[in-house]
Design a protein around this ligand. Structure first.
Ligand SMILES: C[S@@+](CC[C@H](N)C(=O)[O-])C[C@H]1O[C@@H](n2cnc3c(N)ncnc32)[C@H](O)[C@@H]1O
Length: 386
């Protein structure tokens, strides 16, 4: 894939831009294989399945656009080294339905007089626009503003935004008053009747309330959940825990059909994500019996595991980049079940956690290329007690 922004040196986010895609996947596979080599249950060829590849371009279902420039001529993209806006409206890795909405969003910034936040001067209103692509090309648009004045402006001009971006199903304003280099704040105002974005991922229609994590690459995430669910079905446990469950992708794939016997619990720290998972469960499973056997808990994964007397027969973990950390890895090593499925977006912390769980060996593994054009990669592993 070729990118004019990369060639001109204005954006270097895609560090593998220009490297043939097959070579990218091969390089990631080799790196991950070497990191996990000390932890395998058997010969490399018996452990590693084929990598799950992505399309090379247009795969990003989440775009975090930093707003810069002026109110009359805003940029949507990133900030350069001087913290000035760089426009990336034609970024080739972002999904086309998101790109299609960007000109109208830029026009809206001008119409609603949302002055872009000027980082060096610490002045201005609008910091970021976060756009997520959902089912049937529907969009969630989140405007990250500094003050309630920004909220009032978005609210006042909402009808013009909805007319210009008919795909916008959920529109919110998130308040981030502090001058900090974070992406979003705590206070969120949903301005549309619809509160959650529907997302068809793999075999399940998920829901995403604004402050919940969703995977970057919807098609590849679907393959990830399906592979995990296939491994769960092979093991056939009576009970499953999905730690760091987010909006419930692994849990709802592992839960099986309506009326199945398997009990599933999802544990996740974000309340929006837990509420999203419950919405998806309720839409998928009408029966009270299923609602009782699949439940979601808003809690810290480690605290939850510490309180459980006996862990479920199979535990899925999908932590953030920092990994499980020593306390949870040790807890699993001491009293985790026979089988753990660990999905990691950071092979370095995965390898570190595996070193802290020496009784578990990697029986099956797959590289899942969630993030083409970068060295980032997802790795799905099936761990069994030796
Ligand atoms: C990589 S995401 C995975 C989400 C989900 N499994 C999915 O497939 O979309 C990690 C999730 O862990 C959650 N999280 C972060 N720290 C946590 C903690 N200490 N306990 C429980 N969940 C946590 C985040 O909110 C996020 O939803």
């Amino acid at each position: 894939m070729q990118c004019d922004y990369f060639d001109a040196g204005v954006c270097r986010s895609c560090t593998l831009m220009g490297v043939p895609y097959a070579a990218q996947v091969a390089e990631k596979q080799a790196r991950v294989e070497s990191l996990l080599a000390p932890h395998l249950a058997g010969p490399t060829a018996s452990v590693w399945g084929p990598p799950v590849a992505s399309v090379e371009s247009g795969f990003r279902a989440k775009a975090k656009m930093v707003v810069g420039g002026t109110v009359g001529s805003p940029t949507l993209g990133i900030l350069d080294e001087q913290r000035r806006g760089v426009d990336l409206r034609h970024c080739g890795v972002i999904a086309p339905p998101i790109l299609d909405a960007l000109p109208a969003i830029a026009t809206f910034v001008t119409t609603a007089q949302l002055t872009p936040y000027d980082v060096p001067a610490r002045r201005g209103e609008l910091k970021n626009v976060i756009i997520t692509l959902g089912a049937e090309d529907s969009l969630m648009l989140r405007f990250i503003t500094r003050t309630a004045g920004g909220l009032a402006r978005v609210r006042r001009h909402l009808p013009s935004l909805l007319a210009a971006v008919p795909a916008a199903r959920v529109v919110t304003v998130n308040l981030l008053p502090e001058h900090k280099a974070v992406l979003e704040g705590v206070e969120e105002h949903v301005l549309t009747e619809a509160k959650a974005l529907p997302l068809l991922v793999g075999d399940v229609e998920l829901r995403a309330l604004p402050q919940s994590f969703v995977q970057t690459n919807t098609d590849v995430a679907g393959a990830l959940y399906r592979q995990a669910a296939a491994w769960v079905d092979e093991v056939a446990p009576a009970s499953v825990a999905d730690l760091y469950c987010g909006v419930g992708g692994f849990a709802l794939h592992a839960a099986g059909a309506a009326g199945a016997e398997r009990h599933v619990v999802g544990v996740e720290v974000s309340r929006d994500a837990v509420a999203s998972a419950e919405l998806a469960r309720d839409a998928r499973y009408g029966r009270d019996g299923d609602r009782a056997r699949i439940h979601f808990v808003a809690d810290d994964a480690l605290e939850w595991a510490r309180r459980e007397q006996a862990l479920p027969e199979l535990v899925i973990v999908n932590p953030p980049r920092r990994g499980l950390g020593q306390p949870l890895a040790t807890l699993l090593a001491e009293r985790g079940p026979e089988t753990v499925i660990y999905s990691s977006c950071n092979p370095d912390t995965l390898a570190r956690d595996l070193a802290a769980m020496p009784d578990y060996r990697v029986e099956r593994a797959r590289v899942v290329d969630m993030f083409p054009q970068t060295m980032h990669v997802e790795v799905l592993t099936l761990l069994r007690r030796a």
